[in-house]
Structure formats: C-alpha cells, structure tokens
Write a protein that binds this ligand. Sequence first.
Ligand code: SF4
Length: 492
Amino acid sequence: MSKTRLSKSTFIRGLQCEKSLYFYKHHYKLKDPIPSSLQVVFDQGTNIGLLAQELFPNGVDASPENHFKMVESVKETLDFISQGQTIIYEATFLYNDVLAALDILVKDDDGWKAYEVKSSTKISDTYVKDAAIQYYTITNSGIDLKDISIVHINNQYVKNGEIDINELFTIESVLDQVLEFLPKIPNEVIRLKNIIESPEIPQVDIGPHCSDPYDCDFKGTCWKHIPEYSVFDISRLNKDKKFDLYNQGVITFDDINLGQTNLNPNQLLQVQSEINGTSHIDIDEIRNFTNGLNYPLFFLDFETFGPAVPIYDGSRPYQQLVFQYSLHIQETSTSEIQHREYLAEPTEDPRIGFVEQLIQDCGSSGDILVYNIGFERGKLNDLIDVFPQYSNELCGIINRLKDLMIPFQQKWYYTPEMRGSYSIKCVLPALVPELSYNDLDIKEGGTASNTFLSMVNETFEGDVQKTRRQLIEYCELDTYAMVKILDVLKEV
Ligand code: SF4
C-alpha cells in the first residue's frame, strides 16, 4: 500500500494535526499503547455496527479479511454493485488514493444512500467531515449518492422487551453539511499527501489540538518535555489559558508570575501551596462539618456500568446502572467498623438485588456519607423510577445522604499532595498515605465498570471468582478510605 494513501481515519487525523499524520505514516512505533478502557469502547462500536446492519437486513458483506486487504473489498464492492446487489455492508471505495469504507450502502427507489454508523448519541463536526470524505470517494467512484446519513444511538430509547432497533437508532441525514465541506476536500487531500511525502517532520508544537477532537496517541512523544505536575494541572483552568501560559514559557509552578497571572482563589491556593509547600486547613468549618454528623454513620459507595445497548427493561443506552456497593458502618464514634457489600451476578438484572439489600443494610437512621453526593443521589433516583414500590425506603436513604467531598471541594482542607483535585483518589494519599489504590489489581472505577460489563457480555477472559474478589476489594477501599479520611478530619 502506498504511504501517501489516505483512509477516512488518517484524513481526520491529518485535519487534527499534520505531525500526528506524519508520525502515523513514518514513525508508527512511537504511538502510545491503547488503554484497555478504549478497547472496550472499540468492542462496543463493533457490536453496534453489526446491530445497525439489521436496520437494512439481508445485505451482502464486503468486509476485508484484514486491514491490509482493503483493496480487495473495493473490487468486491464494485462486483456486488454490478451484480445488482442493493444492500452492501462495509462498501469500500478508492478514489485519488483515498480509501473509504462505508458501514451500509443501500439502493432504494430514489437511488443510492449511504449510512455511517456511530456509537455516540449525537452528531459532531468530525462525523460530518468523516462522512464528507466518504461522499467524496463514493461519488467520484461513479455512484450517484442521493443522501448520506449518520446512524447514531438514540439515548432516549427505553428498553421494554426485545430491543427495537428502529427506536434504538436515529438516522440523521448530513447531506447539507457534507456538501458544504465537500469543496474543501480536494485541497485538503493534496495538503495531507504533501505532508506525508515531506522529508521532514512537520514543526507542530503541542496545543489545544492535541485533544481536539480526539486525544492524540502521540502525546507520549510530543509531551515529553512537560513535567508530571505542571501548569496543565491547574484545577479548572481552561485549556486556552493553559496554552497561553505555555506559549509564554510558563510550564512549572515555579515559572508562574503570580502578579501577572489571572487565577481564581482556588487556583491561587493550589499554586501557592505547591510553591511554598504549605497546607490550608480551616479548623472551624471542618469542626462544624464533623460535629454535624449523626451516628450511626454509614459510608457508602456505588459502582456502575453503562452498556451502549440496554440490557435490562426500563434502562436507556449508556445509562449508568448500579451493580455493586460497599458500605462501612460505625454505630458510635468509638465502636468497631462493620462492613457490608453487594456485587451482582452478571447473569441477572443487578438492580433489584442491589435495592433490596441496600435498604436492609442502611437501616433507618444515621447519616450516610458518600463522596460526591450528586452521583449516588442520581442513581437512587433512577432506581425509584424503575422500582417505585421501594420509593419510600429509597427516598429515606436519599434524605440521609451527606457529602464527605465538601470539606475538600470547598478547600477547607487542602495540601500540596492533592494537586488541585478533590477526588478521593487524590485526597486519600494526601491524608492517609498508608492506604493506597496502587496495591490493588483494580484501581479505578472505569476498570471496575468495564470488567463487570465484559462479564455481562460474556467477553470476559480470566478467573471470574478472583476478579469478583478484586472488584469487592476495590469498592471496599473506596468506603474504607472515607472512614479514614473522616478520622483525619475529626482529629483536626
Ligand atoms: S501530541 Fe499534539 S502535537 Fe503531537 S502529534 Fe499529537 S496532536 Fe500533534
């Protein structure tokens, strides 16, 4: 395959950054490894692509055997068309050394129509450009396309019985936007091919484009000169302002001229605390918070997963569904801590067992501490919608929730080790350094969620019992961390 050949994805890559395209073509080995969380996203995308084919059933498939045999798919697609086939999956076209595979090509009474499937819930500018390069190759290959549409997930769809694919997917024509972008394509194709042929790496510095529209997979190379903790980690400072500082040569906290930099009070606290190595502790506020807690105290944390295609009745695409909780209970300020947990079986709807055990474990009095109240409250309200028969008990739990994140979010307690963040993953090592997520096999919620999803989808490979124990250990640490964090606040 010639190096200058562009595909849909290298075309989009080149629009994002010339250097990224050049690296991809000439220095592929520099590419960052694919995070395992992304692999789950890819797998979901593949499944959705196959499901969307059912919108246009009984088509013929021009998929290549592998990525290197795309040109054979071009021939196969043309053969299918000349044989009079009217529904072709993975229809592939090559024009001007631009190769584009389309998810579904259909011929109806009006003529040919193109459908590109996306697992997202809305259309982005990038999807329009992506459709435009397809339109360019298809129409220039002699197909008179009457329309081109994006097929995406309808996140308002609520499953009730069998999946209704006509409700699950929304088909939206992007022909007008495609025709608007189309005149730019020939010049963009020439520009990108020139970049590939250039003997030199394009001189592109890091910038907002490194994560827009996609997180670039050459950051490991281009961002090497940025230290692990830098101005890019200033909390809630917008991306453009971070790059303004960078472009003025300000990279580390020591480089910041506080007199000239417009930072809000929390950002100033973060920067000054880092430069001077100082902590900020507002004893009165913390005392009010801890004195306001009512025993027995419960420390609660939920884990959720969000399948793209809803699995259980009453759920929507990507809706975050509870499958696990950990609960530590302390009857009085001096009593021993008890622990309860729930982890659903992947073969059943995880929510009903979760609700019933949670109601039992939470009793009827005492504050329930969570970390980031909006999350747990939101999930409990979702459960009330699906199981209204438990609404009294679940409302009772909601009314007892209190947020342990507040003292850190409000910066009543801040140390340089928190690095501007009030997430429990940053607060815990700052307050209780002897407790660490690093010792666990599952270290964060995303992995827990993907692991459970793969068990539900039966794509999980590994020791199920061992991994279930790891899920329990992870969730348990979340609430044990809260117990320990509260101990530190009480000592204050
Ligand atoms: S990291 Fe940024 S500058 Fe480097 S190739 Fe990617 S987008 Fe371009």
